[in-house]
Design a protein. Structure first.
Length: 540
């Protein structure tokens, strides 16, 4: 009788700790690693011969937005084919749960960068997690609960401070979501509804996460002119909350966005480092690209979003509202550093997806190019496009420097995340030109930045993709190659591993991924996705 179900033989073992690789074997029984070392006499039902290859823990995508698309394509093509075995959704303050019956469309409008969505069959956190489990995804899934959904549940979509009673209600609903299986709470302070909230509301949710021992993630209020102040505000909250219970604070996609603000990254990083030295449990995630991605309506200031999407569309058709936005834009161009006014760099904003067939011609073009083709003002073009698409316009935004990105990527407190969602080169998720990070993030970090450019060792790059995000989540059974850990593994060629997705041709799988094992089952085998559907839903 075979000793193991699966045996990875003769690989360079990158165990996730950051230690140098060592040659050996990994024996798996069921979904668990049972032996690590030199196992010359071992037998197995399935042996993966791996001389010249590397084996690492499966990559953990700590920052993901596949809340809907993992249900549209449970094969999780763009993630699993780059070595992701666990993704954590619900970031930046948005989740499609909990939601009151009849208000799904309003909540849905807060996430207009996802146009392909399944039937909405849930209201509560537990119901959503059960729905994902029923879909049998090819990777495991963890889920945060978003502040925007919690706020909408208690007080709707109005732009106003919450009362003490409402804050208590938001905190209570957040605690309930954690009890039902959410792994943490996310807030998105640059987007509605998070941008409507004062710090006391944010602090109340941070305290809930701390008392429950869960992760608390934040998309900062400003990643530009007020980056340092935004970091200081969150560290202040973490300091106060940590005096009551330990808080794990995670800063989303840490960066300085906008050329005139690139110099704000070093002092902001100093604030994070000082807090860490003080004993505050703070970290951040990074994606290895100089462009970000979001919905175009996310560029609009908070006052435009008051009352929900229907009100936004009405304002964008109001000449007085358009003039106000035009005036604010001119203030920004003149040098204003007020993060609340309207800011838009038309040359750096490229359309990646729209909902209607009529406007597909805009995909892959900047707002400047679109305006030139229409012989129209780019500001009016952007507003008209939002109205025509009912807000469903996705963009990439070229706003970061390579130097700033590298600084964050190599920092020991920074782990890797895609800030993306599941796509596929076929079916409904093949539409548009999404950010290439959806397909290439992890191979790009290890192959391009570690191996080719020496920004860090390959072992350190693997740590940032595996054990570091696992520790941020508080997971003790994933992220390392050790006996007793879950058998989530990636076997890859360390010489050929590389991303191939580009901004103009993003639906391309990376090179060099040989095998991906999820819970002990070979899911990627060469160029084939077997899709055995063995991913689990953490907390469900």
């Amino acid at each position: 009788m075979p000793q193991f179900d699966v045996l990875v033989r003769g690989a360079q073992i990158l165990d996730g700790t950051g230690a140098p690789p060592r040659t050996g074997d990994v024996g798996i029984v069921g979904d668990t690693i049972k032996a690590v070392g030199t196992l010359p006499q071992a037998s197995a039902t399935q042996t993966l011969e791996a001389p010249g290859l590397a084996v690492s823990p499966g990559f953990i995508d700590l920052h993901s937005h596949s809340d809907f698309t993992i249900l549209v394509n449970p094969a999780a093509e763009s993630k699993v084919r780059q070595g992701v075995t666990l993704e954590v959704n619900g970031q930046c303050g948005f989740t499609p749960f909990p939601v009151r019956a009849g208000r799904q469309d309003e909540l849905d409008a807060l996430c207009p960068f996802i146009t392909e969505k399944p039937a909405w069959t849930w209201l509560r956190t537990s119901e959503y997690l059960s729905r994902v489990a029923t879909a049998r995804p090819s990777i495991s899934v963890g889920q945060l609960v978003g502040h925007s959904a919690l706020r909408a549940w208690v007080m709707g979509f109005d732009n106003r401070p919450a009362t003490p009673k409402e804050i208590a209600g938001i905190a209570a609903v957040g605690a309930e979501a954690l009890d039902e299986g959410a792994l943490g709470i996310s807030v998105g302070l640059a987007y509605p509804l998070g941008s409507f909230a004062a710090d006391d509301e944010v602090e109340a949710l941070a305290e809930v996460a701390a008392r429950k021992g869960k992760l608390f993630t934040v998309h900062l209020r400003s990643e530009g002119s007020k980056l340092v102040e935004s970091v200081e505000a969150m560290i202040g909250i973490a300091r106060r909350v940590s005096s009551l219970a330990p808080l794990r604070l995670q800063i989303d996609h840490f960066k300085a966005s906008g050329k005139r603000w690139w110099g704000n990254l070093p002092p902001a990083m100093e604030v994070v480092e000082a807090a860490h030295q003080e004993g505050i449990d703070v970290g951040f995630d990074v994606y290895p690209y100089t462009a970000g991605s979001r919905h175009l309506s996310g560029s609009l200031p908070a006052w435009v979003h008051d009352g929900g999407n229907e009100a936004v569309m009405a304002r964008l058709q109001d000449p007085d509202c358009r003039q106000r936005l035009r005036d604010e834009l001119e203030e920004w161009k003149a040098g204003s550093d007020d993060p609340g006014i309207f800011q838009m760099d038309f040359d750096g904003l490229v359309i990646t997806e729209v909902a209607t067939p009529e406007n597909q011609w805009t995909v892959g073009k900047s707002l400047t190019q679109i305006a030139q083709e229409k012989d129209a003002d780019p500001l009016d073009v952007s507003f008209d496009l939002l109205v025509a698409e009912n807000g469903h316009v996705s963009i990439v935004q070229f706003s970061q420097s390579e130097e700033v990105m590298r600084t964050c990527l190599k920092h020991p407190l920074g782990c890797v995340g895609t800030d993306s969602l599941v796509f596929a080169p076929y079916g409904p998720l093949s539409r548009g030109k999404p950010h290439p990070r959806a397909y290439g993030t992890f191979p790009r970090v290890i192959g391009r930045y570690a191996r080719d450019e020496g920004l860090m060792t390959i072992s350190e790059a693997v740590r940032k993709c595996t054990s570091l995000p696992a520790s941020r989540l508080g997971l003790t059974d994933r992220g390392l190659i050790r006996e007793g850990m879950k058998a989530d593994l990636v076997v890859f060629d360390p010489q050929s591993l590389l991303d191939t997705a580009t901004y103009q041709d993003p639906h391309r799988y990376p090179l060099g991924i040989r095998y991906v094992l999820v819970n002990g089952v070979v899911t990627i085998d060469g160029s084939a996705n077997r899709h055995p559907g063995v991913g689990t839903v953490l907390g469900a």
